[in-house]
Design a protein around this ligand. Structure first.
Ligand code: ADP
Ligand code: ZN
Length: 675
């Protein structure tokens, strides 16, 4: 039974599983929970698996499918990705197939025949196909080793990925009581977890919860000034030539941002639900196949994208929840190499989102939920503690109390200041307007009043006559925006109505009556723009070598030519076969090849990610690439020789995106009005 079973019995399973891991995937060892999950499922148990994106969920069902007799049936909502998934498996020598609506009748017949003949290790199906009686009938005529339900959070009616067809999957257990089921998701909240278990009818499943930490992802949240320009300099300085995803809230800003990047020499394509299916598929396919393409997208993009070398995920708008944010950022760095999750966040984000919730549909309970989600997200943005720590704690896991050392707050700890008086000034202004004039205004007018600016609108409303006029000239406009943003985030101020006017909350009184202090995060004069400020000399951004800078990052300089040559060879192979480059070999594998510099097929076979089939297919080719180079460098120095560029030159000339008083994001905002 579960837990630690008979050792002799298990060891057969274990060694078979391990053998498949070595032979097919070329990997040394299981990671984290994989081993326990594989063991449990191979032995016939049901499992619910929670692992972060990039945690290695696929092996949890792929290996049992290889070890157990019969075909592993994988239910996945990602029709557009099935072909790639199956191609990747076939490249490993796994007998895989899929059935979905993109196939014609003949193609499907071939797969059906293979399944019935017991010639498939894995069969991928869309849920809407699985529920058809004809499919169920087909399945019952063959031998099934297990059911894997991928993206299992799609059963959750509350999530934005809900697929009604997933609800029908509860019948699998009744129809095939002896076939183990494994449900997998990267959504970690307890509520979703429970919903999966209930709705899929898996009461006796064992639960496996992996660590949600993604140590190779550097989390950074910067104050928003001129977001597109900030994004551009982030990409130029740190991710030139890298593949990545930029998330925006609206279709319109997706289009504009993609255009802006393209105009500035960064190849970028848009993706959102307003584009026709053909364009979406084409853009997704380019992202998977080409090296270094940027996709600018709404949240419609990304689920199931298993491209391992996504080097950055950028957010130009505040995500609605920490779950969403973590899923999206988790798409970076599945290959374990250094990657960045970068977000620009400002006052308007808070106002917009608060407004959205208020004016949105849904009942009071729904609104309260949305509000709570937003509050957690805001707390993450405003924290002065380790971001990773905050994220892990959110998912109920224990962070390292000493901090992670790989997020912006760990790398350059933010300063706090006593914002009590500043908060009082803002709140009194709001009170004065309301009590003395019966007026409500948005942030712009409040700040103009505090700064004592005689703008047209200030004069129009005689606001220069208020006693608070000009009491805030000790702070800059940017700093006032920071104060208001943080008051909103802390619930000491609220947003109301269509124009986003500022109003007091129940908690405001405690500040006005001096019953509490208001510690605030200092607005950096210069937003942290690159790693140069953080991790010292390693990133030499001033230099001309752009392509693959990050992919090659931390690779000793003398190995870069070999890595580049291998990448070029890989690109050629991928093009010839019409598959994504990572289907040939992952970056991580090419790096190891460049480092080890194998001289024989046997030696190459020892490298992680080189299984039997890949060795047979590409072994000679790889060795030829290496042989064509001048040979392995001598003993490598302990670390890459630091390029002679100091942090000072990291900012490229004319890229001054950081004027703290220049907040052009306001330009798109309707002028706030009083009601
Ligand atoms: P998930 O589905 O959880 O997002 P994947 O299954 O795509 O994650 O795995 C993420 C990456 O890690 C893939 O590139 C995969 O090849 C790699 N990987 C998974 N397990 C191992 C392992 N035991 N050893 C080495 N690499 C692994
Ligand atoms: Zn940290």
């Amino acid at each position: 039974m579960g837990g630690t079973g008979g050792i002799a019995e298990m060891s057969v399973t274990q060694s078979e599983a391990l053998a498949a891991l070595h032979r097919v995937f070329g990997y040394e060892a299981f990671r984290g929970e994989q081993e326990a999950v594989v063991e449990h499922v191979v032995a016939g148990g049901d499992a619910v698996v929670l692992m972060p994106t990039g945690g290695g969920k696929s092996l949890c069902y792929q290996i049992p499918s290889l070890v157990r007799p019969g075909t592993g049936v994988v239910v996945s909502p990602l029709i557009a990705l099935m072909q790639d998934q199956v191609d990747a498996l076939r490249a490993l020598g796994v007998r895989a197939g899929f059935m979905n609506s993109t196939q014609d009748f003949d193609e499907r017949r071939v797969v059906e025949a293979e399944f019935l003949a017991g010639e498939l290790d894995l069969l991928y199906l869309a849920p809407e196909r699985l529920r058809l009686e004809s499919t169920l009938d087909l399945l019952s005529r063959g031998k099934i080793s297990l059911f894997a339900i991928d993206e299992a959070h799609c059963v959750s009616q509350w999530g934005h990925d809900f697929r009604p067809d997933y609800l029908a999957l509860s019948l699998l257990g009744e129809r095939w009581p002896d076939v183990p089921r494994i449900a997998l998701t990267a959504t970690a909240t307890r509520a979703t977890h429970q919903e999966i278990t209930e709705r899929l009818n898996m009461p006796s499943a064992r639960h496996f919860v992996a660590s949600f930490d993604r140590p190779n992802i550097q989390y950074r949240i910067v104050p928003k000034a001129d977001p597109k320009k900030q994004l551009l300099s982030f990409l130029r300085q740190e991710h030139a030539g890298d593949a990545g995803i930029v998330y925006c809230l609206s279709r319109n800003s997706v289009e504009k941002t993609a255009e802006f990047l393209s105009r500035n020499g960064i190849e970028a394509v848009p993706y959102h639900a307003g584009l026709d299916a053909g364009t979406r598929a084409a853009h997704q396919s380019r992202f998977l196949r080409e090296d270094g393409l940027v996709v600018v997208a709404t949240i419609a993009f990304g689920m199931g994208i298993d491209k391992p070398d996504v080097r950055f995920v950028a957010h130009l708008d505040l995500p609605k929840s920490v779950e969403g944010y973590y899923q999206e950022t988790g798409r970076a760095g599945r290959d374990g190499l250094p990657s960045t999750a970068w977000m620009a966040y400002g006052l308007n984000d808070v106002i917009q989102q608060r407004k959205l919730i208020q004016s949105g549909e849904g009942d009071e309970a729904f609104r309260r939920r949305a509000q709570a989600h937003l509050d957690s997200m805001l707390a993450l943005c405003e924290t002065v503690q380790c971001r990773r720590g905050q994220l892990l704690a959110y998912f109920g896991q224990d962070p390292d109390p000493a901090g992670c050392g790989n997020c912006d707050t760990c790398l350059t700890p933010p300063e706090t200041w006593d914002g009590t008086i500043a908060a009082q000034k803002v709140l009194s202004t709001v009170v004065r307007l309301q009590r003395e004039r019966g007026q409500k205004f948005g942030a712009v007018q409040i700040i103009d009043i505090l700064l004592g600016k005689r703008t047209g609108k200030v004069i129009q409303f005689d606001h220069d006559q208020l006693s608070v006029f000009g009491i805030g000239d000790d702070l800059t406009e940017g700093e006032w925006r920071g104060v208001i943003r943080q008051l909103l985030a802390q619930g000491l101020l609220a947003v109301e109505g269509e124009y986003g006017t500022l109003v007091l909350t129940d908690a405001s009184g405690t500040v006005l009556r001096r019953e509490r202090e208001v510690p605030l995060r200092k607005e950096p004069k210069k937003p942290v723009t690159s790693r140069s400020g953080a991790s010292s000399a390693s990133s030499g951004s001033g230099r001309g070598e752009r392509k693959a800078r990050t992919a090659a990052a931390e690779l000793p300089e003398e190995l870069v030519p070999a890595f580049e040559a291998l990448r070029a060879w890989r690109a050629e192979q991928a093009r010839e076969q019409g598959v994504p480059a990572y289907v040939i070999f992952h970056d991580a594998t090419l790096r190891e090849i460049a480092t080890v510099w194998p001289t024989s097929v046997a030696e190459l076979g020892g490298i992680s990610g080189v299984g039997e089939k890949k060795l047979a297919t590409y072994g000679e080719g790889v060795l030829e690439v290496l042989a064509s180079l001048t040979g392995p460098p001598g003993p490598a120095p302990a670390s890459g020789s630091a390029p002679a560029s100091g942090p000072a030159e990291a900012q490229s000339p004319g890229q001054d995106a950081d004027g703290p008083d220049d907040w052009p994001e306001m330009a798109e905002e309707p002028e706030p009005d009083w009601i």
